[in-house]
Ligand binder design. Structure first.
Ligand code: NAD
Ligand code: DAU
Length: 352
């Protein structure tokens, strides 16, 4: 049995769906259901007895401890976090609370549970912490991609809170011996991605005839990984990662934001053309830049390939097409997530 936290979110939801599609080991899915958590994503598992959903906060020691005692998982995979950089700029409090204080609470509950396991179970237990490339800060154009030994230099409240959580996880291993592994992944995209993030936002705004907001000059670079490739990397690290080690996960797909937006427009022009015959790229609108916007991220994923044999399946071209096709085919999911709270955020961030 696995305990997955944040499994109603974008990556966690994909992970749970893929896990149960690939094996019969049950999952306890523990999620607070913030605005980003969505049970619709888990609908295919509604009648699946291998999936147990628990509504709760990772910082709730009593609840987490009782869930651990009841289900006795062999591993915890921690996706739960506040994840949106722009929201962290508008209101960092929730990020400090969940990503730092919440991770601390979770580590303590897990440590207590783990310390009482029998010797064999204690040895094989794993706490896998899902982190981000943003903890490394911003790369210059001439610099090599981030390796695992790169110094942490987070620049946003989000990345600082994730960096803090990574340090806690590391310290719980070194001090208490908790068997942890950490993954630092680049930008994900794919099905069930909440449309506050660039790729789903652009797909849905294009189809709705709205402006496609590009921050600053649109030349910031992100290294894109199809979400199912991230999920396969996590499975590999969970199975064979070395205790206390960190693994960078990335797709070798560095793209400037403006190129990503233009690619989406080009594929939409082909799959769902505008009625007036114009290209969706006519809707591109340059808007004020994100404060402290990191210029470039890029991941060196060679350690994961060399030591654990992982490599991504999708290229950006195949993955982005699949993603667009998924959004075109799943307007019911989109309708449900773009409700009241979502509209409030869009108004706050982009004005009318
Ligand atoms: P998301 O915002 O889509 O989902 C986060 C999930 O965590 C939601 O279901 C939410 O309800 C839940 N959650 C939030 N606070 C919680 C709490 N206190 N207790 C329990 N559940 C809580 O995020 P995502 O994009 O799926 O990211 C998942 C993890 O992967 C995060 O830790 C993020 O930092 C990391 N990550 C994301 C990316 C990316 O590109 N999205 C890349 C690298 C790493
Ligand atoms: O690098 C991994 C990180 O990727 C994860 O840790 C975060 O949880 C995840 O949200 C993501 O962060 P980014 O800030 O890179 O993702 P976002 O989709 O918000 O933005 C991608 C790029 O696009 C970024 O350079 C900002 C830009 N952007 C974003 C939005 C929402 C725009 O130009 N316009 C927009 O409207």
């Amino acid at each position: 049995m696995l305990l997955v936290t944040g499994g109603a979110g974008f990556i966690g939801g994909n992970f749970v769906l893929d896990w149960l599609a690939g094996c019969d080991e049950p999952v306890v899915n523990f999620d607070k259901l913030t605005y980003a958590g969505n049970l619709d994503t888990l609908k295919p598992l509604e009648r699946d007895s291998r999936h147990h959903f628990i509504h709760g906060d990772i910082g709730d020691r009593e609840l987490v401890s009782s869930v651990l005692a009841e289900f006795r998982p062999r591993a915890v995979v921690n996706f739960a976090a506040e994840s949106h950089v722009d929201r962290s700029i508008h209101g960092p409090g929730d990020f400090i609370q969940t990503n730092i204080v919440g991770t601390f609470g979770l580590l303590e509950s897990v440590r207590e549970y783990w310390s009482k396991l029998g010797a064999d179970e204690r040895l094989s237990f794993r706490f896998l912490h899902v982190s981000t490339d943003e903890v490394f800060g911003s790369l210059k154009a001439s610099e090599a991609p981030f390796s695992e030994t790169r110094a942490y230099a987070p620049n946003s409240p989000y990345s600082a809170s994730k960096a803090a959580s990574d340090h806690l996880v590391r310290a719980w291993h070194h001090t208490y011996g908790l068997p942890v592994v950490t993954t630092n992944c680049s930008n994900n995209y794919g099905p069930y991605h909440f449309p506050e993030k660039l790729i789903p936002l652009v797909i849905l705004s294009a189809l709705a005839g709205k402006p496609l907001p590009v921050y600053g000059d649109g030349q910031q670079i992100r290294d894109w990984l199809y979400v199912k490739d991230h999920c396969s990397a996590i499975r590999v690290v969970l199975a064979n990662g070395q205790l206390g080690e960190t693994y960078n996960v990335g797709g070798w797909n560095e793209k400037a934001n403006l190129d990503v937006v233009r690619t989406i427009c080009r594929i939409l022009d082909e799959l769902s053309p505008r009625l007036d015959g114009q290209s969706y790229s006519e809707q591109i609108s340059f808007v004020q830049d994100r404060p402290g916007h990191d210029r470039r991220y890029a991941i060196d994923a060679r350690k994961l390939a060399r030591e654990l044999g992982w490599k991504p399946v999708e290229t950006f071209d195949t993955g982005i097409r699949k993603t667009i096709e998924w959004y075109l085919a799943n307007d019911g999911w989109v309708e449900n997530v773009t409700s009241g709270q979502y509209r409030d955020w869009m108004k706050h961030q982009y004005g009318k």
